[in-house]
Design a protein around this ligand. Structure first.
Ligand code: SF4
Ligand code: SF4
Length: 309
């Protein structure tokens, strides 16, 4: 569903601004303007006394799937260190990009003063690094990271976006998917684009009848497999009508590429318009929990921000 203002009817009374619980309406001159925070809750539709806001159903087939290219990996970093799962996903993303053909695997690096991480991303397979570097992004905040990621995806239109199924990835990915009005499969354990490989997997590990499936199919839709019903069955989910196709993947499931420090890639510094007022929380401090300090392996020993204000 989409919400839009009918400019000819808007009288600039601002009642919709007061009614919106998500701070998703700006006044531009005397006209209401729906911004990217909109969740399509429709409260403003009822609040407008001039019938100037309408809710419309998304038109089936209206997304031009061919306009979306490349595989993006949200390369999560905390305190200036990359999470292991980010590197694993670069390996998986490289495999998917190769299978689709004529695609790049791209790392999206969000934070502040993250330049030192870029060579490592190239070394683990990134063809392109999209860097979003800004003081307001120093610590993870749901609002700030969601906004810059959503805006970047809208601008560059990746075909697939992968996130680690960490606390942060599980927070971020569904919010971005909702704002983009696209699908998200959580906690995937297997990803395929090549139908032949997918059929081989089904034959080996499932009882599904694959007789009617064409191993030479040109279909390059992302087949996202995950445990369902308490792990008793494996479900494969596709996202055939919208883009990007988004998935979170459990840490430790996919394989990293072998590190190659001679690999080089392209850096894209993403222009954004994040403002302090876009972020409703302030991280005043963070520390490692005692349990993590004493027992966690190095890759996971990065703590979770605490003391959110
Ligand atoms: S409530 Fe309706 S008329 Fe008033 S500013 Fe919002 S859209 Fe315009
Ligand atoms: S639909 Fe809901 S979130 Fe979107 S602008 Fe209207 S009130 Fe705000």
């Amino acid at each position: 569903m989409a919400i839009q203002v009918i400019n000819d009817k808007c009288r600039g009374c601002k009642l919709c601004v007061r009614a919106c619980p998500f701070d998703a309406i700006d006044m531009v001159g005397k006209l209401a303007f729906i911004n990217e925070k909109c969740t399509a809750c429709a409260q403003c539709v009822a609040a407008c006394p001039f019938n100037a806001i309408e809710q419309t159903a998304s038109e089936e087939g209206s997304v031009d799937l061919s306009a979306y290219k490349d595989v993006w990996v949200y390369t999560e970093q905390r305190a200036g260190k990359l999470m292991n799962v980010a590197l694993e996903l670069l390996g998986e993303g490289s495999k998917l990009a190769k299978e689709i053909g004529d695609r790049k695997v791209c790392a999206v690096l969000v934070g502040y003063e993250t330049d030192h991480l870029i060579p490592e991303l190239y070394a683990y397979g990134a063809d392109v690094v999209y860097q979003i570097d800004y003081p307001l992004l120093k610590n993870f905040t749901t609002d700030g990271y969601t906004k810059v990621m959503t805006d970047a995806i809208k601008e560059y239109r990746p075909e697939i976006v992968l996130f680690g199924a960490t606390h942060i990835g599980r927070d971020l990915a569904p919010r971005i998917a909702a704002r983009l009005d696209t699908g998200l499969t959580a906690d995937c354990t297997r990803l395929d684009v090549n139908t032949g490989n997918y059929i081989n997997y089904l034959k080996k590990y499932t009882t599904l009848d694959t007789a009617g499936m064409d191993p030479n199919s040109e279909d390059k839709t992302l087949k996202q497999t995950r445990p369902a019903f308490g792990g008793n069955i494996m479900a494969t989910i596709i996202c055939p009508k919208t883009r990007p196709q988004m998935a979170t993947v459990r840490p430790g499931v996919m394989s990293k590429l072998e590190k190659d420090e001679t690999r080089k890639g392209k850096l894209v510094e993403v222009v954004h318009n994040l403002k302090r007022s876009d972020i409703r929380t302030e991280v005043v401090n963070w520390c490692l929990s005692p349990m993590r300090k004493s027992s966690a392996p190095a890759a996971a020993d990065l703590g979770t921000p605490q003391g959110l204000n």
